[in-house]
Design a protein around this ligand. Structure first.
Ligand code: SF4
Length: 578
């Protein structure tokens, strides 16, 4: 069997993997640079579900599939929901949507991750083409704006040695401690900072006017909008000084700059505007279309790839899904009882579903309430193809071993398509179809054909090729006694997969002690956690890592204004001794 595959986790780096002597190792070719992160280094230590279950009783796979078929036949088509997320990230994963969409079931849209930011990018640029890692490698200054690369994208780290580093983050992370300039901004302050940076850049006469005249000619109007900010009051509010703004602008002057954004800055109702304002600052600097310059967020991992699957269907949001409207809910690669906002509502809603089918790798809150559990096959035991939202490589995920446990997404869909007389090509057909989008680059790495490394060289993808600036913003910081909730990614888990955290992290100035039991409350609910003290946090913040049990009792199921995205950090919280 071939020994080359790729990491299936929902992560920027999309590493290429070599399987040698029974071990998973990072490929030395391309952006993986010979190393994997702790999630993948310990991947095989985490026990997966091996045996299907129906109503709590272990059964064989054939029996499980026939239960699934019966359940679907007994449900009216418009009472079936397919709820899929990205616990397993690869192109063949969509084959299940092909079955459910063709059958007439309802699918989901919206996002628990990056959708608000993406909406802001598309509004400004007309599309979401990302600055890939290979271009960040050519920059002279890297600004990590709410991104913690040691946890979420460690393969950037070898690329930034010797560069000037600026970090903007309420949490003084490892990269913040290494930075040439660190701004410990107050949460929700990012849009103000981005607009003020554009304003001062303009005042100093350092905008790239030649570029702006060509590709963003409304920049004077945007400058006027930035003048609606009261400088002193807002700087005080967001905890940034004029001196820091000056230092920031002098560090980036006449340099190749990469602005690398994380998702935390857009987990608010106005998340689209936040990223659009950061994009606007990049435009004022003339960062687009040039080597080693740009704004990196999450690009579209399927850019230049068309789907062979039928996925047109009625869709409902995966942020506030009303499960009670369905008789049968098929959940794939997702753990909604932990990861959807407003857990109490989700619990209540899901408890009214007659048939919950869970198709996944690990036991979790959702598998515990499922009527039918169908174990999936991990990436080690099936063929697939993956792309990335942070670089342009395409990786073939070759099966590297056989297993008697679980079923692949293709085999499950193939069974269902036969049962319900729905057309489906062979697995080999689809794999070949996806692989045909790859071209070999000079360094031997496969890339998605047509994807550019330097994006927006000839202007933007808007109607007139020009960047569309924000023309109004709702500027109001909320200053009250409540604390800001941060829901960053944990170094030990990927959302609810792997080793999940159990603590709340706070600054010692709040007066609590290590391991003390506290109750954190928001408008949505309250939860008890043990305290871990972390003086790298701001005193007005409470950090509960994504994937921590109970976190989403505190979050509400409202959407961002744009992008149908969950807004985990919108709710403010209070802390009290339990
Ligand atoms: S860094 Fe990301 S892509 Fe690479 S092994 Fe870890 S989780 Fe997988």
């Amino acid at each position: 069997m071939p020994n080359i595959t790729a990491c299936p986790l929902d992560c920027y780096d999309a590493c290429s993997i070599v399987y040698e002597d029974g071990k998973l190792k990072g490929s030395k070719v391309g952006d993986t640079r010979g190393f994997l992160c702790p999630h993948m280094n310990n991947y095989t230590d985490y026990e997966t579900i091996k045996t299907p279950r129906y109503k709590g009783v272990e059964i064989g796979m054939d029996e499980a599939l026939s239960h699934l078929s019966e359940i679907l036949k007994e449900s009216e088509k418009d009472k079936i929901l397919h709820y899929k997320s990205h616990g397993n990230f690869a192109l063949m994963q969509e084959v299940t949507e092909h079955f459910f969409a063709s059958y007439g079931a309802t699918l989901t849209d919206g996002t628990l991750c990056d959708g608000a930011g993406e909406a802001g990018i598309i509004e400004g640029r007309g599309s979401n083409k990302n600055m890939p890692l290979s271009e960040i490698a050519k920059s002279e200054v890297v600004i990590f704006w709410g991104r913690n690369p040691h946890t979420t994208s460690s393969h950037i780290l070898p690329l930034i040695k010797g560069k000037t580093i600026i970090v903007i983050d309420p949490h003084e992370t490892k990269i913040a401690k290494m930075a040439d300039l660190y701004l410990q901004i107050k949460p929700r302050g990012d849009i103000y900072l981005a607009m003020l940076l554009s304003r001062f850049l303009h005042i100093e006469g350092n905008c790239d006017e030649e570029y702006l005249d060509k590709y963003a000619s409304e920049y004077e109007d945007y400058y006027e909008l930035t003048q609606s900010i009261r400088i002193k009051a807002i700087l005080d509010d967001i905890d940034i000084s004029l001196g820091q703004i000056g230092d920031f602008l002098s560090l980036i002057k006449d340099k190749k700059v990469a602005i690398v954004c994380g998702v935390g800055i857009q987990k608010y109702r106005d998340g689209a505007d936040v990223i659009r304002a950061i994009d606007a600052f990049g435009v004022m600097l003339g960062l687009f279309g040039k080597d080693g310059c740009g704004v990196a967020y999450l690009g579209n991992s399927k850019e230049h790839i068309t789907s062979p699957f039928h996925t047109k269907a009625k869709r409902v949001s995966k942020v506030d899904t009303k499960f009670e409207n369905y008789k049968t809910v098929f959940i794939q690669g997702a753990n909604p009882l932990s990861q959807m906002p407003d857990t109490l509502r989700v619990k209540e809603s899901i408890s009214k579903v007659e048939n919950i089918v869970y198709f996944g790798l690990y036991e979790n809150e959702t598998s515990q309430v499922a009527d039918l559990i169908i174990p999936a096959k991990s990436f080690l035991y099936k063929d697939d193809v993956r792309t990335s939202y942070s670089h342009n490589a395409m990786m073939f995920m070759n099966k590297i071993a056989d297993t008697p446990y679980g079923i692949s997404e293709y085999d499950l869909s193939s069974y269902l398509c036969k049962e319900f007389d729905i057309a489906l090509e062979t697995e080999g057909f689809y794999l070949k179809y996806f692989k045909n989008f790859a071209v070999v680059m000079m360094d031997g790495v496969l890339h998605v054909e047509g994807r550019e490394d330097v994006v927006y060289k000839d202007g933007f993808d808007t109607d007139d090729d020009e960047f569309l600036f924000l023309d109004e913003v709702d500027l109001k910081m909320i200053n009250n006694d409540k604390l800001n909730l941060l829901t960053s990614k944990s170094p030990k888990s990927l959302n609810s997969q792997f080793s999940r955290d159990k603590h709340v992290y706070i600054h010692s100035a709040l007066g609590f002690v290590e391991d003390e039991l506290v109750t954190i409350s928001s408008d949505a609910g309250s939860v008890e956690f043990k305290v871990k003290l972390d003086n790298n946090l701001r005193k007005d913040c409470v950090l509960i890592y994504s994937g921590t049990k109970g976190l989403n009792n505190l979050t509400s199921s409202q959407h961002s204004y744009e992008g149908k995205c969950a807004i985990y950090q919108e709710n403010r919280v209070e802390i009290a001794r339990s």
